[in-house]
Design a protein around this ligand. Structure first.
Ligand SMILES: *[C@@H]1O[C@H](CO)[C@@H](O)[C@H](O)[C@H]1NC(C)=O
Ligand SMILES: *[C@@H]1O[C@H](CO)[C@@H](O)[C@H](O)[C@H]1NC(C)=O
Length: 442
């Protein structure tokens, strides 16, 4: 059996009786978190640019734009802007090996569900969501490179495939059509990591969710690609230097196990790259150590050493935009120290431009110890403050709260959703969404 064929057969055949309590629980947490960060993301500049651009296009069938009840767009454009909203603040979930799984899938599914003549049930939606997550999880295990930092931004590679699989599932495409959907989507994959820390990075998620949806819709209209796309090196294999695919077991195969069951996702507490969570927590702990013996006075700090993993794109000594700030170990450590917290507001331009922040940033030294690997599974952060009287205050974070090893409590997850979504929706709207997702399978 070919690899693509096995994936297509599994996508086609997976059924809701196979959804376990574990994946239902985890995937609902992912859905509610994605909606919350997407809703608050509809108040960002990058979202508004994408929305204005997308409104240039018109069609009869319309899907909702999150946080804008008076507007609607064709499904693929609704998916595009809603996907951008989800990743606009880098606030959406992160998996291991690294990708942002939900943002590539949920906007496509919700846009598609609205546009379908026969409305799918909540259970069908939940199944399609999990199919889209599963395909990403499997593909991420086909390369060792994907374990660390690959050449392309992962959501633009595996995300578009997950979106295609989920959309194909919701549309009820045949197994052969599922192969073609994967194949069409593979031709829309791949965005360079160099656009990290710019306003373009959120577009990778918007594009991935949109292109996967379009792939499934095009295939439904009869479009065909190479149905062996996952099997061949010059197919999906071009995105990795060490591509080594394996088949996906089918649902009548007792060997089928959801990847989400084995590997949970991380939910973010601050709207920044996941790596920032370690350094922010270590900085808060170092400040607390200093405060055990004296008051925290930034002027007395002469040196601030950050021991972090080596990384080109999250090492940004003097960020000037919110997008750079969301990808700067230095900025997140200094904000945590100065304010004793990192929040949505920490990334406002006024906060970024603060004189005392720039002063503290100038005292930062980055060290990259050999044992600190650039992987969300293994990395750590250590923050050491040195004061003008020769004292040292150091703290280390191995696992931040929200990481899959230390999952966010359901209460804190819902609290994050509530505070973010209520920036956009009425309290009835906020409670309504919580209720619907709580009972999604019914
Ligand atoms: C989206 O991705 C496609 C390739 O998949 C590319 O041609 C297009 O320019 C991208 N659009 C945006 C807005 O990023
Ligand atoms: C969004 O949620 C985060 C995490 O709970 C919180 O820090 C932030 O204040 C919320 N945003 C708003 C605008 O309330």
């Amino acid at each position: 059996q070919g690899i693509t064929e096995s994936f297509a057969a599994a996508i086609h055949a997976l059924n809701s009786a196979q959804l376990t309590d574990g994946v239902i629980k985890r995937s609902k947490r992912m859905i509610v978190d994605t909606l919350g960060v997407g809703l608050i993301g509809t108040r960002t500049d990058v979202f508004n640019k994408a929305l204005t651009y997308s409104q240039l296009f018109n069609s009869k069938e319309k899907s909702s734009i999150w946080g804008n009840s008076d507007m609607s767009l064709p499904a693929h454009y609704a998916a595009f802007v809603n996907g951008i909203a989800v990743h606009s603040m880098d606030f959406d979930d992160t998996w291991h090996p690294a990708t942002h799984p939900s943002g590539a899938v949920l906007p496509a599914l919700l846009a598609l569900a609205e546009a379908m003549p026969r409305k799918p049930s909540g259970l069908e939606l939940l199944l399609a969501f999990n199919v889209g997550i599963e395909v990403q999880g499997r593909l991420l295990r086909f390369s060792r490179e994907a374990q660390n930092i690959p050449e392309f931004h992962p959501p633009s590679v595996v995300g578009v495939m997950g979106s295609a699989a989920a959309s194909a599932k919701l549309l009820g495409l045949s197994a052969l059509q599922c192969s073609h959907a994967l194949s069409v989507a593979a031709s829309s994959a791949g965005a360079p990591l160099a656009n990290t820390a710019t306003q373009t990075k959120p577009l990778h998620i918007g594009n991935a969710t949109r292109r996967g949806l379009e792939a499934a819709q095009l295939v439904q209209l009869g479009l065909k690609g190479n149905p062996d796309i996952l099997d061949i090196d010059c197919g999906f294999g071009i995105y990795y230097r060490d591509y080594n695919p394996s088949v996906m077991p089918g649902c009548d195969d007792s060997g089928f196990e959801w990847t989400l069951e084995k590997q949970d996702v991380a939910f973010k507490r601050i709207p920044a790259h996941l790596g920032m969570h370690w350094v922010a927590d270590a900085a808060l702990a170092a400040r607390a150590k200093m405060e055990e013996v004296r008051s925290f006075e930034p002027r007395e700090i002469i040196r601030l050493t950050l021991r972090v993993p080596p990384s080109k794109y999250i090492n940004c000594p003097l960020p000037t935009s919110q997008h750079q700030a969301r990808h700067s170990f230095q900025f997140n450590a200094c904000s945590a120290l100065l304010d004793n917290k990192v929040t949505v507001d920490s990334f406002n331009q006024m906060q970024i431009n603060r004189k005392d922040l720039k002063e503290l940033l100038s005292k930062v030294i980055i060290e990259t110890p050999a044992d600190n690997k650039p992987s969300f599974e293994n990395m750590y952060s250590e923050v050491e403050l040195e004061t003008n009287d020769g004292q040292h205050y150091a703290a280390k974070c191995n696992t931040f709260y929200g990481h899959w090893r230390k999952p966010l409590s359901q209460e804190d997850l819902i609290q994050k959703f509530k505070s973010n979504a209520s920036a956009v929706l009425t309290s009835e709207g906020v409670e309504g969404i919580i209720d619907v997702i709580e009972n999604l399978e019914n």
